[in-house]
Ligand binder design. Sequence first.
Ligand code: APR
Length: 259
Amino acid sequence: MPLDESVRASIREAARLIISSKYVTALTGAGVSVESGIRPFRGPGGLWTERGEPPMDGYRRFEEDPKRHWEEMLSPVRESRFGDSIREAKPNAGHYSLAELESMGILRSLVTQNIDNLHIEAGSKNVLEIHGNRLKLRCVRCGERFPREGFDLSTLPPRCPSCSGIVKEDVVMFGEPIPRDVLESCQTEASRSDCMIVAGTSAVVYPAASLPLIIKERGGAIIEINPLASDLSRISYVIIRASSGESLPALVEVLKKSG
Ligand code: APR
């Protein structure tokens, strides 16, 4: 569906802001994967809209009995349509556009709240996965990460080959602190950035939602890409009220023409 003139005007304004900025970063949320067939969590069609926000005690329950957590996680009963949609999903034009902005030397880094690996599959290199990655495991003691594929799960809970600590999925659970390494990298990027493209997030989950606020407080500018208003709309310098899969390719085209 062609973008209407008001959206095109906001895309041109966003391009002007990006060109005049020194260090452009991005923050993405579930909305950028909607056009890959993965449901968002909140808003229309959201998983939590349908089921209610999940309890915040997932990590506490894991710590109480990691062996039971792993047995539940590995049980075939656990398969879900949502899990299937993530496994089958492919990057969409929005993911590829962000990877292209990086290869054009415009986008310095990309923080994503998504665990679906689609930014990496689309070719983005400097990706900070603040909520983890579904294809990885992580030691809760030393923080080392491992590919999930091929990891020895013959004994549960699995143990870290480096320090024998307990290993869990890299995906950050509700109630689990964000791993220090990735949180510090995200905060460093936000402290360097004077312009952040914030696409596909309701901006209600912290600390991810604090990153655009750091940039705003330092005098930087936020570009929001979201068909609906979010908690960030009021502080956004430019609002592109459209889907990321349609507006990001248009933004790349405008930037290429002005290059
Ligand atoms: N393009 C851009 N944005 C979209 C699109 C689209 N095609 N479709 C929906 N959106 C917007 C919605 O309007 C909404 O504001 O994406 C946002 C998705 O918000 P959430 O579902 O809350 O996702 P997110 O912000 O990533 O959630 C943060 O919450 O449950 C936790 O860990 C989970 O990482 C997730 C975190």
